[in-house]
Design a protein around this ligand. Structure first.
Ligand code: ZN
Length: 402
């Protein structure tokens, strides 16, 4: 069940006066609106072409979210009923004691409220302007704030948050296709849930219209409706900053399927990346403390050994040697414990040195799928976005679905 409002929707408007008595009681009644779009897309598959649902944040009693829109917004219930219009200027999202969502103190006595801005206007959550509309949904003691946005608008807003403007246009376009396809793959398997994606690195970084730039809009437009498919399914088009010479296998990333597009390819086009090679010094106490969080040290830490690598250095297995014995863990798990912000990738060598370790690494990110710096490098060599994508997602096809 997906609620969509579009300009084509014959929305039955009701006179404000007819809801006035209910307003006086603090509760607004709602009338039905029906609209649904279903588009067959790929052989043996069917995907409803609907808006992307991005979870922006939770509004809580202690950290409430404020919403604003330049013109009045239309309110709908979760079951697609029209509930009138309101003006929102720094309006607080909250819950009543009975669990109904309130906006600026107004309640419609419902656990889900949808705010649709006037045509062409966005809607602010805090200082960030979003396209599409907002679904406010009770979740426990908080309210989930979910942005429903048209796919192409979403893609245009993701590209500039995932890639800098100085990258080549072909890389921006490859990024647009990867972002679109990743979103569709997530939408496909999360369709029974209330949202598809987070607005940060758990999914893809999305900053609404506030984060949009002209190069992102152009990349989305130039690749409109183009997606990556493999085995007649949308590819989970994972990507990362820098591979450091060779991309990784799917085993580096939980949730990545073991399929041909994720077996890894030689790159060598990302040498301009500041993370192509990196060095990190860690004291033995620092490493011991980090490993202890995962229960990988018993006694005193003595050494760290890389015991299995693949694809030109991506670490599959690390051995932790301590006075109490030896423990093994995956390279990606080791990186997480060390802190992903400064331990850039699970592609590294370790040397014991004095009271600590010297870690020499390559690349940034999980290494699976497209190397973003490499994509820009290939763009400089004159490759177009399709060539870049076929290179990094070997075996995948490009299809224009609308
Ligand atoms: Zn690379």
């Amino acid at each position: 069940m997906y609620f969509e409002v579009s300009k084509r929707t014959p929305v039955r408007r009701i006179a404000f006066a007819s809801v006035l008595p209910a307003l006086l009681l603090g509760i607004v009644s709602c009338t039905s609106v029906k609209h649904r779009v279903s588009v067959p897309l790929l052989k043996g598959d069917s995907v409803r072409l609907r808006r992307v649902r991005v979870l922006l944040a939770l509004s809580t009693e202690t950290k409430p979210l404020m919403v604003s829109s330049p013109k009045e917004v239309t309110v709908y219930s979760g079951d697609q009923k029209h509930c009138g219009t309101i003006e929102i200027d720094n309006a607080r999202i909250a819950l009543t004691s009975r669990g109904a969502v309130t906006v600026d103190g107004k309640s419609w006595n419902m656990p889900t409220v949808i705010l649709v801005p006037s045509d062409g206007e966005g809607i602010f959550v805090g200082d960030t302007l979003y396209p599409g509309y907002l679904v406010l949904m009770k979740r426990g003691e908080a309210v989930n704030v979910i942005n429903h946005v048209e796919m192409e608008e979403y893609v245009a807003c993701v590209v500039p948050r995932e890639m800098p403007g100085r990258f080549t246009q072909a890389a921006h376009e490859a990024q647009a296709v990867a972002a679109r396809t990743y979103a569709l793959a997530e939408m496909r398997h999360r369709h029974l849930l209330t949202y598809d994606l987070h607005d940060d690195q758990r999914s893809q970084v999305y900053g609404g219209l506030t984060g949009s730039r002209r190069f992102g809009t152009r990349a989305a437009k130039n690749t409109e409706g183009v997606v990556l498919v493999y085995d007649w399914r949308f590819l989970n088009a994972f990507y990362h900053s820098t591979c450091g010479g060779h991309t990784a296998r799917a085993s580096q990333l939980s949730g990545a399927p073991q399929i041909k597009p994720f077996t890894g390819v030689e790159c060598g086009h990302c040498k301009r990346s500041p993370s192509y090679k990196w060095v990190k010094l860690m004291s033995i106490e620092e490493v011991q403390e980090a490993l202890a969080q995962g229960g990988y040290v018993s006694g005193d830490l003595e050494d760290i050994k890389v015991v299995e690598t693949r694809n030109g250095g991506w670490v599959d297995m690390v051995e932790v040697v301590s006075t109490g014995g030896r423990r093994r863990l995956a390279g990606s798990a080791f990186r997480k414990l060390m802190g992903t912000d400064s331990f850039y990738s699970p592609k590294f060598e370790v040397q014991r040195s004095g009271d600590g370790f010297v870690i020499q690494g390559r690349g940034r990110g999980h290494g699976v799928g497209m190397c973003q710096w490499g994509a820009s490098g290939l763009g400089r060599l004159g490759k177009n976005y399709a060539e870049i994508l076929r290179y990094y997602y070997s075996g995948a096809d490009l299809v224009k679905i609308y």
